[in-house]
Design a protein around this ligand. Structure first.
Ligand SMILES: *[C@@H]1O[C@H](CO)[C@@H](O)[C@H](O)[C@H]1NC(C)=O
Length: 213
């Protein structure tokens, strides 16, 4: 039974990895929102204790240096970027070492420790999701200035948007602190988070098309 299960799974993984590593589809840029699963260093530039800018983080990163990624090396979105023939790493929007030129082919707004719920981001004073969206809006303005409106629109509409967020709403908030459990049972809290997720998608897609709510 175990063998029967293992082989298809293994071949599926090989299939996926081969196809990801040689992706033919074209995207202009990768635009990332979320938490520590995809943060490429934004938390280094805000006053939060939740950082990973020390060893052994980054020991397998180019140069063996910690970057603020919660990883020994790159994070999944960096690998996806490379698979699409873009940069091998996606720069953090708040890192002053990068300019709009760097961000024009990939940018990361993620912040470790954040969640859908505003209260989750307050636990470690990290960037709330609504603020990630504000940064994205600011980024759009900078991109239009840098590339001109038409080219910028093209980059924004042909970009791949990745959102990786949600576990912290339970791990560092609902199951840890009394506030949300006193207001919602688990099912209600899930509905609350779903509502925020829905709003987020609606807002950023309307921003993507230049219709600011
Ligand atoms: C989170 O905070 C922002 C800014 O204060 C606010 O606009 C938004 O409505 C809040 N979200 C929820 C679900 O309360």
């Amino acid at each position: 039974m175990l063998m029967k299960m293992t082989f298809p799974l293994l071949s599926l993984l090989i299939f996926i990895s081969q196809h990801i590593l040689t992706c033919d589809a074209k995207v202009s840029s990768i635009i990332v929102f979320g938490d520590s699963t995809v943060d490429s260093g934004n938390n280094n530039f805000i006053p939060t204790p939740l950082r990973s800018n020390f060893k052994p983080y980054g020991r397998d990163f180019a140069g063996g240096r910690p970057t603020g990624r919660f990883s020994n090396g790159r994070v999944a979105t960096d690998l996806i970027s490379e698979a699409f023939g873009l940069k091998t790493t996606i720069p953090a929007y708040l890192d002053p070492a990068y300019t709009i030129k760097d961000f024009s082919t990939g940018v990361c707004f993620a912040s470790a420790g954040t969640g859908f719920d505003n209260f989750t981001s307050k636990v470690f004073a990290v960037i709330p999701l609504w603020k990630e969206l504000e940064h994205y809006k600011e980024y759009q303005g900078r991109l239009r200035q840098y590339l001109g409106t038409q080219k910028a629109e093209q980059v924004l509409t042909e970009a791949l948007y990745i959102i990786s967020i949600g576990t912290n709403d339970f791990l560092e908030n609902y199951y840890l602190l009394p506030k949300r459990p006193s207001e919602y049972n688990v099912e209600e809290y899930q509905k609350f988070l779903e509502g925020i997720a829905r709003n987020f998608i609606t807002n950023y897609t309307s921003w993507e098309h230049g219709r600011y709510p």
